[in-house]
Design a protein around this ligand. Structure first.
Ligand SMILES: Nc1ncnc2c1ncn2[C@@H]1O[C@H](COP(=O)(O)OP(=O)(O)OP(=O)(O)O)[C@@H](O)[C@H]1O
Ligand SMILES: [Mg+2]
Length: 370
């Protein structure tokens, strides 16, 4: 019996392949020593049955020397490689974690300062309509009124419902600087930027995820603020994309949380404050807005939204109550006219309340940055 090793078989097949004419012409090949592959004259091709039959399986199998095959696996070296793998595994895990951290950090936006701006102060609240924009505008003007040598800017980050342009009585489109940056519009000594300058008042802003991020990115990066000591940012309500985008993109010196003393507003204010804490933004404190209403005729005081809710929340959160702003017709009317109370009625108790708030904010900024 002829012993076939797999090498021999391969060689035989190759020979068969190289002699197609022999198959085609039906030349009878000598069986035995040269080739056991019998051409099938009728088919003119390799007869698989005979090909298979000619391969002696037992001998073919037998030709694989198991002992030597097994022997070729060096146990010691195998174990060695296992040991090395497990050892290396623990080393690799640490470096893998490091790499993962690096990659994740790469995915997150880096805190990059707003060009020319020293301190960013955000005015926020979880809830809508509690007076964030009114507070932001009067805070910016209060900062300037307390120290006119300081430069203060105002950024309306409420890309869905901008209002700073109205409150500051500004209209028109920003011009572009030599560096292709938007030049803020200015009133009452405060440069302002708002989505309200870029979209028509009547057109609805229907943006989602990435579009919002890109709008915020533009407002943060493509504005020529010059040199500012403070940039007051009026945040939209809630704790969504805009808030996260801003807190992740720029270093924020501190957050001022506005709330009415009403339970439902306090709940959202708390969420807002907790969000800033989570992303390591110092919460400078709370502002209790619309706390008390004084009748202009009889001077009777009414706590329409409750009396001390924000103060209690401040205690619970371990933050300061920075200011207590009354619910006052003068504040609403001057806001609607685009002549904020701090500039239009500087001697009023309402304006005084905002200036006091501005002083408290500066004091807290110094404390948290010490
Ligand atoms: N202390 C106040 N006294 C009287 N009116 C006030 C006071 N604060 C705010 N307002 C009025 O309340 C309304 C809502 O205020 P504002 O727009 O500042 O709230 P907001 O929190 O910015 O709202 P949004 O969440 O929609 O941005 C406005 O009409 C404003 O003039
Ligand atoms: Mg607002």
């Amino acid at each position: 019996m002829i012993l076939f090793t797999s090498n021999k078989l391969t060689r035989l097949l190759r020979i068969a392949a190289n002699k197609p004419s022999a198959f085609r012409t039906g030349t009878v090949l000598k069986s035995g020593a040269v080739c056991c592959v019998q051409p099938n004259r009728n088919q003119g091709s390799v007869d698989r049955t005979s090909l298979q039959g000619s391969v002696d399986r037992t001998s073919l199998q037998g030709s694989v020397d198991r002992t030597s095959l097994q022997g070729s696996v060096d146990r010691t070296s195998l174990q060695g490689s296992v040991d090395r793998t497990s050892l290396q595994g623990s080393v690799d895990r640490t470096s893998l974690q490091d790499r993962q951290k690096q990659q994740m950090a790469r995915g997150l936006p880096k805190h990059k300062p707003v060009s020319g701006v020293e301190h960013v102060i955000v005015v926020a609240s979880g809830k809508g309509g509690v007076g964030k924009s009114t507070t932001a505008v009067n805070l910016a003007l209060g900062l300037l009124a307390n120290d006119p040598s300081r430069s203060v800017g105002l950024l309306d980050a409420d890309v869905y419902g901008p209002s700073v342009h109205k409150l500051m009585n500004l209209q028109g489109h920003p011009e572009l600087s030599d560096k292709n940056l938007m030049i803020p519009l200015r009133n009452y000594g405060v440069p302002c930027m708002s989505m309200g300058f870029l979209v028509e008042d009547t057109s609805p802003i229907v943006w989602r995820g990435l579009m919002v991020m890109s709008a915020v990115e533009r407002l943060l990066r493509q504005v020529d603020w010059g040199s500012l000591d403070y940039l007051v940012v009026d945040m939209p309500p809630g704790t969504g994309d805009v808030q996260l985008s801003i807190t992740q993109n720029i270093p924020i010196a501190g957050a001022v949380i506005v709330s009415t003393p009403q339970d439902i507003a306090l709940l959202d204010a708390r969420r807002g404050a907790e969000m800033f804490k989570k992303v390591n933004v110092p919460v400078l404190g709370l502002v209790q807005n619309m706390s008390v209403f004084q009748c202009p005729k009889c001077l009777h005081q009414t706590h329409i939204f409750g009396s001390d809710g924000a103060r209690q929340l401040a205690d619970t959160l371990g933050v300061e109550l920075l200011g207590d702003i009354p619910l006052h017709l003068n504040i609403r009317e001057t806001s609607d006219r685009g002549q904020p109370v701090v500039v239009s009625s500087p001697d009023s108790p309402e304006a005084e309340a905002y200036r006091k708030l501005a002083s408290a904010v500066i004091r807290r900024l110094q404390e948290v940055n010490m």
